[in-house]
Design a protein around this ligand. Structure first.
Ligand code: ZN
Length: 166
């Protein structure tokens, strides 16, 4: 009998701990870019906005009113891929491509990105080195797991309404 209790108590404790870590931690929002519809309520509740610099050849720097509006919200901003293609950073990205993306970010917000999250959290070891050498902190699965991360178009396999609950 005692053994059965222990068997359940440990995973339950872990789930409870994770629940509270996610409940009281900062909130993130992925896929923020002018070409992807995003509920304003989602943008408002997030502490960290993950911005795509050039979604479908629609560079954020060309939309200065969008940049100003986002900046005025005083959120932490990170770079989320360059074009947000599927498994974009699973394929090797050149230094120049990354530099262009960072410049688009800079021309929009006036600061260089200090954090990077690859689309679908997928990144090759070569690209990992590239991100590190360009002075950006890489955020991957552990960060996603320990924080509530919403998606602008609710595109993730884990839906926003589930994130709301857990
Ligand atoms: Zn994304």
């Amino acid at each position: 009998m005692k053994k059965i209790h222990l068997f359940w108590i440990i995973p339950l404790l872990l789930v409870f701990t994770l629940f509270f870590v996610r409940l009281f931690g900062h909130i993130e929002l992925d896929d923020v870019t002018p070409g992807i519809p995003c509920k304003y309520s989602l943008i408002q509740k997030a502490d960290v906005l993950w911005v795509v610099p050039n979604f479908e050849n629609n560079s954020i720097e060309k939309n200065q009113s969008w940049c100003t509006k986002l900046l005025s919200l005083n959120k932490t901003l990170g770079m989320h891929g360059i074009k947000h293609l599927y498994w974009e950073f699973g394929e090797n990205i050149s230094k120049e491509e990354l530099k262009l993306g960072k410049e688009e970010f800079y021309d929009c917000f006036g600061t260089l990105p200090e954090m990077f999250k690859p689309p679908q959290l997928k990144i090759s070891s070569k690209n990992k080195e590239l991100i590190k050498s360009s002075n950006m902190k890489l955020k991957l699965g552990f960060n996603q797991f320990t924080h509530k991360v919403y998606h602008c178009n609710d595109s993730d396999f884990i839906k926003n309404r589930w994130i709301e609950i857990f």
